[in-house]
Design a protein around this ligand. Structure first.
Ligand code: KG4
Ligand code: ZN
Length: 386
């Protein structure tokens, strides 16, 4: 932590390894990214048609140290020194690499704390990030903040784009906020009255929204990860541009139920039944558009229902599925029609797994604990139970 006058600046190194991305990032004051590096093993999983946890963990081990090195170099190395030399003291003399100037421990003196994803996720993958962060915390004598990956997705909404951070006086989103967290393994609707206060109001009874995209894509012969593949295929369905209301082929289970829950497992069965049927009239991009609309419709309808009941001041879309163009547009259009309700969604590259959101979450929920007590917890829920 260092200050100019009254201003205290906090730099947090985030580490994220919950699934198939190895990511690290340095974030200033919970909102400005100094560096963000993501190494993905997705290509490997595309070949196997989905994630094999053992493969993902092996790849995490290979990537973790190079990713952290690159993150520190970009944040504090020459590139940044040249641009921002009046806001950060130089990490090492210009013209010398970090190694020549004393190595990464020197760069590490510039960070104030380390934040790491402790769950939920794949145990083998989580362990790589958690044990690395613990080792660095011990070695560099830096506080260590354990972070819930699902809550961190919500915090991607606090991160400015470079453009915004430099030209606007952004005050941050308003509480209370309602957040829809839609990822590969989870679908939750939560209410946040302030930082650190999370109330779960609904979620999926079976498959997560991302899982539904991934499983249906597989049935349609589209590559993993299924969300972007279905979205790209759906874009090719021309009539889509005119009327989404006609896309009613697949059921939306629980859409009318008297709660804020979702169910997506029936969708893959419907798709499978359609594919097996002899009267296969609809295929390709139209089928992708139908699948996408069934998922988006369920998510949007329940979100609006929750908005009507809880009357939040902001709505936050977050998680990998928030990268979906149709979901972003549909929710934004509907929500912005409502008075006194702000719509927030992260930049697309901050919706899917990254470590900037981990560092941001740690800044606003700064609770370091001794490294010996930090443990990976694959079953962690959004409200902290396991
Ligand atoms: O949050 P995330 O990156 O990882 C988890 O925490 O699970 O989410 C990954 C999920 C995958 O299921 C992927 O298919 C989905 O997000 N996804 C999308 C899109 N991009 C990623 N789903 C729909 N449309 C997209 N453009
Ligand atoms: Zn995620």
């Amino acid at each position: 932590m260092y200050g100019t006058g009254k201003l205290i600046i906090m730099l947090i190194l985030g580490v994220e390894t919950s699934c198939d991305e190895t990511a690290a990032s340095v974030v200033k004051d919970g909102k400005e990214i100094l560096s963000s590096v993501v190494a993905s093993s997705q290509d490997l999983h595309t070949k196997t048609g989905g994630i094999i946890p053992e493969n993902a963990a092996r790849q995490q081990i290979r990537s973790i140290i190079p990713v952290i090195q690159e993150t520190l170099d970009v944040a504090f190395g020459e590139k940044l020194d040249e641009k921002d030399n009046n806001t950060l003291p130089p990490a090492h003399p210009p013209g010398r690499t970090a190694q020549q100037a004393g190595g990464y421990p020197l760069l590490a003196t510039k960070i104030d704390a380390i934040a790491v994803t402790v769950g939920p996720g794949l145990i083998g993958s989580l362990l790589v990030g958690v044990e690395t962060a613990k080792t660095l915390s011990y070695l560099w004598n830096k506080p260590l903040v354990p972070i819930n990956h699902l809550i961190a997705h919500i915090y991607a909404n606090w991160i400015f784009s470079n453009h915004e951070s430099r030209i606007t006086n952004h005050k941050g989103p308003k509480f209370p906020l309602l957040a829809l967290v839609v990822s590969g393994g989870h679908t939750d609707l939560v209410l946040m009255k302030r930082h650190g206060y999370i109330k779960w109001i609904g979620g999926t009874r079976d498959d997560a929204a991302g899982e539904a995209f991934d499983k249906c894509a597989r049935l349609l012969g589209l590559p993993y990860p299924g969300g972007p593949s279905i979205s790209a295929s759906a874009e090719k369905y021309r009539p889509l541009k005119t009327d989404h209301r006609k896309l009613k082929m697949f059921p939306r289970p629980m859409i009318g139920s008297d709660n804020f829950d979702f169910s997506f497992s029936g969708l893959k069965t419907s798709v499978l039944n359609h594919l097996k049927s002899h009267k296969l009239k609809v295929k390709g991009p139209q089928l992708a558009a139908e699948v996408q609309e069934a998922i988006v419709d369920s998510l949007a309808t329940k979100s609006l229902k929750a908005i009507n009941k809880y009357q939040p001041k902001s709505f936050f879309l977050s998680g990998g599925v928030a990268a979906n163009k149709r979901l972003r547009t549909k929710l934004q259009r509907t929500i912005e029609k409502q008075n006194d309700l702000e719509f927030h969604v992260p930049l697309v590259h901050l919706c899917t797994d990254n470590a900037a959101m981990i560092a941001a979450a740690a800044y606003y929920n700064y609770k370091p604990i001794p490294w010996k007590r930090v443990i990976a917890n694959p079953q962690l829920t959004i409200t902290g139970e396991s």
